[in-house]
Every structure is written in C-alpha cells, then in structure tokens.
Design a protein around this ligand. Structure first.
Ligand code: SF4
Length: 308
C-alpha cells in the first residue's frame, strides 16, 4: 500500500498532475510563452553572458510571435493531447518581471483574458521583484490563479557566484518572504549537478528550501548545452555530468526533505535536444521517472519522510 497521502496511484510524491486534478478536476497544461522580455544577467545591468548553463533562457526556442498567436498555437497543441484541457499561460523565457509594470500588464492581462486560459505562471529572478511589481502581482493574484517561479537553483552562494547567478541567497529569502506575505503561490527551481556541488550540497539545498514550505518545487538535472560556459568546463573535463543512477538517488533523498503538501512540479527536465552535450541519458525521461518511482518503493520512502 502506498503510504503517501497526496497520491491516487503509485506515486510517492505530490505530482502536478495530482494537484491539478484535485484543484481543477480536469487536465491542465502549461502554454509556454515568450513575452519578449530580457534578463538583467544578459543585458549587462547585472552581468553579461548570463548563468554559466544558460543558452539564452530556458524556452528561448519559443518564437516571440504576437501573444494571441502564441496562445492560439499553444492551446491547439494542448488540445491535441486532451480536447477538454485548459491552459496556464507560462511566461518562461528570460526574466518575466524585468520590465516596467505597464509592459507586464499589457502581456499578462492579454494572457489571463484569453479563452481557455485559467491561470498564469511567471518565471523570474528574485532580484527583479521591486515594490511596484509586487503590488501588481498582488492584484493579479486576486483575479487569477497565479504562480511565480523563482530559479534559485542552489542555496549555496559560492556555487551561485561560480555560475554567475548575480544575486545571493539573502536576496532570494527577502523576495520569497514578500511573495508569501501576499499569499502568492511560489515555485522554486533547483538544479542538481551544478559545477563543484556534491550530494551533500544538493541535499542541503533541498533541506533549506523544504523548511520554507514552498507551494511548489521543480527539481531539474543540469543540462550541459552547446555554446555555454558549462560546455567549456565539460569539454575540458572539469565538469563531470551526473549519472542517471546518482541523479535518481539524489532526487529520492531530496524528496524526503520537502513537506508532503509541496507540489513537485518536475523531477527532471527537458534540455533542448539539438544543443544537449551531456548527459545524453537525460533524453530518456521515462526511465528517469520510472527509476525514481522504483527506488522510492524499494527503499520504502516517500516525499516528506524526513521533513519536520
Ligand atoms: S537568470 Fe535565467 S535567463 Fe537570465 S542568465 Fe540566468 S538562466 Fe539565463
């Protein structure tokens, strides 16, 4: 018998599918959008060249068509999977609060009013949430199902400095507190396999973030992509990608440290296949997902087993 409460099947962690089914009672998919924003870590205001693993921002492959066209295309893609599904407008590319509030309103209001869209998810950096943006997000949160996604990746400042994140952990903590004060659903992104991080470091990130009781978490594997600084480290032999077995074990142990209520929106990720240098096993997501389920069952463990 599955000892994990937030599950209707064999999963021993709180999946996004379970969350959406219980909240909305039908299938929900993310409509991935490019709002035409940039990033302070790319345009020179914080840094140039971006994070060492960044090839221009996850989802940068999404074409910056007019927003209504992107929404139409994404909903059509989604409804090929399920004709009754609805979408969450996911502003994924670059830093989606790095602009004047007037520009944010233009993009986000268009998205939330689009037929078939039932919420909005905004990917951003904690150092791009000034007071006027927080006030607008507060207002947005009263009117739609809002999630703010923060790519923290690690709690360790030396690692973050080495990959050129451009802010330290205290900045994240302050912004996270502001979002929580406004009851804004917040999803934290973690990357496993960062340069110079070991198993203990990754577990520590999960432990510290778990104690914050975020509403959601995405756990991702480091994808080493062409034309990034990490690609150079990899090609020179300094950066060794994680093995699939190590990754699965690390995720299983991290899941033990998150509260059962925290929704685990991802336990693996999608690197752009044409740019992926390593690890190539990451393209076999089904084996990774199955490996996590199997190891949790073998070890008789589950999300939150060691959360207190
Ligand atoms: S914050 Fe995001 S978009 Fe900006 S450089 Fe880092 S990974 Fe790239």
């Amino acid at each position: 018998m599955n000892p994990f409460l937030f599950s209707d099947d064999n999963k021993r962690y709180h999946t996004l599918y379970y969350h959406n089914q219980h909240k909305f009672h039908h299938r929900i998919f993310k409509a991935v959008l490019n709002g035409g924003f940039t990033c302070p870590n790319l345009d020179g205001s914080k840094g140039i060249g971006g994070c060492a693993f960044c090839d221009g921002g996850s989802g940068a492959f999404t074409k910056a068509l007019p927003l209504d066209q992107q929404l139409t295309l994404e909903l059509s893609r989604i409804r090929k999977q399920d004709p009754h599904a609805e979408g969450i407008a996911y502003f994924q590319v670059h830093t989606n609060t790095y602009a004047p509030v007037s520009k944010l309103k233009e993009r986000f209001e268009t998205a939330i009013q689009f037929p078939g869209i039932i919420g909005i998810s905004i990917g951003t950096r904690p150092d791009c949430l000034p007071d006027d943006v927080l006030a607008y997000l507060d207002d947005l949160n009263q009117r739609t199902y809002l999630t703010v996604e923060l790519g923290i990746q690690t709690v360790h400042d030396p690692t973050a400095q080495a990959f050129n994140r451009g802010y330290d952990f205290s900045v994240f903590l302050a912004s996270y507190a502001e979002l929580q004060k406004r009851n804004i659903r917040t999803c934290l992104h973690i990357i496993n396999g960062l340069y110079r991080e070991n198993f203990t470091d990754m577990l520590h990130t999960a432990e510290i973030l778990g104690q914050l009781r975020p509403q959601a978490v995405k756990i991702q594997l480091l994808h080493i992509l062409q034309d990034t600084h990490y690609a150079e480290l990899y090609q020179s032999g300094k950066l060794i990608p994680m093995t699939q077995e190590d990754y699965i074990f690390t995720v299983v142990k991290q899941l033990e440290l998150f509260a059962p209520e925290t929704v685990i929106e991802r336990v693996t990720g999608d690197g752009e296949k044409t740019k992926l240098l390593a690890p190539l096993w990451s393209m076999d997501k089904i084996r990774t997902l199955g490996g996590i389920d199997k190891l949790q069952s073998t070890l008789d463990t589950w999300q939150g087993k060691h959360f207190s």
